[in-house]
Write a protein that binds this ligand. Structure first.
Ligand code: SAM
Length: 210
């Protein structure tokens, strides 16, 4: 993923903070799309991802103030990574990530994220298991000791002419999963009923540890 594809609101929310001396943890960092943007303005970025391949890719681009580790963000203890001032996440989210972030951040520490909203690609007939509604996100953040400072949905309709164009929007690499879990069939049904657009919907937020 190139840096151009990282949610711009998220980047703005991160850099609203006085980050110059910060150590920032990027959870589900992938190949480091967000990590490298953040690294330009902070002291240190630590990226973790469950995918060895993604971490190897990030490692190849690693700069003086970035380091990347294979770890399951749902089960890892983030405190073993050292003192973390801020936790960020771009398109990787779970209740456990929020819980672990709540434990690792100091008072006033920020958790900033962009994740799938419940309506993301809903034309496939069901929600992504990684998606949240605003109410769900507020609840989990509240339960884990955060005050929500920003929470907005960014949605955009992507029109298509036929299934081939729809597949391009969804991304060839995702389509096997769509085939296996029935979403492709639901999309085809949607198209046969006249549907000609896909909804991309992202929930962007910033929360501060109480
Ligand atoms: C959509 S990608 C986003 C990657 C990166 N943040 C970016 O914006 O380019 C989701 C990432 O989350 C990672 N991921 C999924 N579940 C994870 C988990 N339990 N622990 C750590 N990483 C996870 C995947 O391996 C993948 O790299």
């Amino acid at each position: 993923m190139s840096s151009g594809q990282v949610n711009k609101t998220l980047v703005k929310l991160i850099f609203q903070e006085s980050v110059a001396n910060y150590t920032v943890l990027d959870v589900g960092c992938g190949a480091g799309a967000l990590s490298f943007i953040v690294a330009e303005k902070v002291q240190e970025v630590i990226g973790i991802d469950i995918s060895k391949e993604a971490i190897a890719e990030a490692g190849k681009r690693s700069t003086g103030n970035t380091s990347f580790f294979v770890a399951d963000a749902d089960t890892a203890d983030y405190t073993v990574l050292g003192e973390i001032d801020m936790i960020v996440s771009h398109l990787c989210m779970s209740d456990r990530i929020i819980e672990n972030s709540g434990r690792a951040l100091p008072k006033d520490g920020v958790f900033a994220f962009a994740c799938f909203h419940a309506k993301h690609l809903i034309e496939g007939g069901r929600r992504s298991r990684f998606s949240y509604t605003e109410a769900e996100m507020r609840q989990v953040l509240g339960e884990n000791g955060f005050t929500v400072e920003y929470l907005e949905v960014e949605s955009k309709e992507f029109p298509f002419k036929d299934l081939a164009e729809a597949v391009e929007i969804i991304g060839e690499k995702n389509i096997r999963r769509w085939q296996n879990d029935g979403r492709l069939q639901s999309l085809e049904n949607n198209i046969s009923r006249g549907g000609r657009s896909l909804t991309k919907s992202i929930l962007v937020g910033k929360a501060r540890k109480k």
